[in-house]
Ligand binder design. Structure first.
Ligand code: ZN
Length: 153
C-alpha cells in the first residue's frame, strides 16, 4: 500500500475508527465524508482495501462452508473407497468414520459462525447490496417502456 498522507487528520482518524465504513450514517452527514474520500487518495485507497477485505472474508467463509458440506457428502457416499483406505491404513472403520464426520460437522459449524460474524460485523452485506441495487437500477433503466408501464401498475 502506498505511503500517502491523509489530507485531513481529524476526518481521517474518524474514518479509520469506522474502518472507512460510512454506510451507517445519515445522508446529510455522509456528504462531508464522501467529499473527503473524493479529495483524499489515502482514505479512498484504505476504504477500497477494507471493503475488499470484507468481501474476501465473506467469500472465504462461504467457500469453507461449501467444502465442509462437500466433505460430509463424500464421507456419506463413498463407502467402498473408505473401506480400501481403512484396510490399507489398518484403521478402525467405525471410530475413524465417526471422527471424520465429527470433524466435518465441527468445521461446518465453525464456518457458518465465521460467515455470520463477517456478515454482522463488517459492511460486506450493505457493500454487496449496494452493488446489486446499482445493477438492478441499470437493468431497470434499459427495460422497454411497455414493461416499465406494466411494473408501475
Ligand atoms: Zn483522508
Amino acid at each position: 500500500m502506498a505511503r500517502t498522507r491523509c489530507t485531513d487528520r481529524v476526518i481521517g482518524g474518524i474514518l479509520a475508527s469506522w474502518r472507512y465504513d460510512i454506510s451507517n450514517i445519515s445522508p446529510e452527514m455522509r456528504k462531508d465524508y464522501e467529499q473527503h474520500f473524493a479529495e483524499c487518495p489515502h482514505c479512498s485507497s484504505r476504504q477500497n482495501f477494507h471493503r475488499g477485505l470484507d468481501v474476501s472474508l465473506a467469500v472465504l467463509t462461504s467457500l469453507a462452508i461449501f467444502f465442509f458440506l462437500f466433505a460430509l457428502a463424500v464421507l456419506k457416499h463413498i463407502k467402498p473407497l473408505e473401506h480400501v483406505a481403512f484396510n490399507v491404513f489398518g484403521l478402525d472403520i467405525a471410530d475413524t468414520y465417526h471422527m471424520l464426520v465429527s470433524a466435518g460437522i465441527a468445521g461446518l459449524v465453525f464456518s457458518v459462525v465465521a460467515l455470520l460474524l463477517v456478515l454482522t460485523t463488517t459492511p460486506a452485506p450493505s457493500y454487496l447490496g449496494g452493488i446489486a441495487a446499482e445493477q438492478a437500477r441499470l437493468i431497470e433503466e434499459r427495460l422497454p417502456a411497455a414493461i416499465k408501464a406494466f411494473r408501475s401498475r
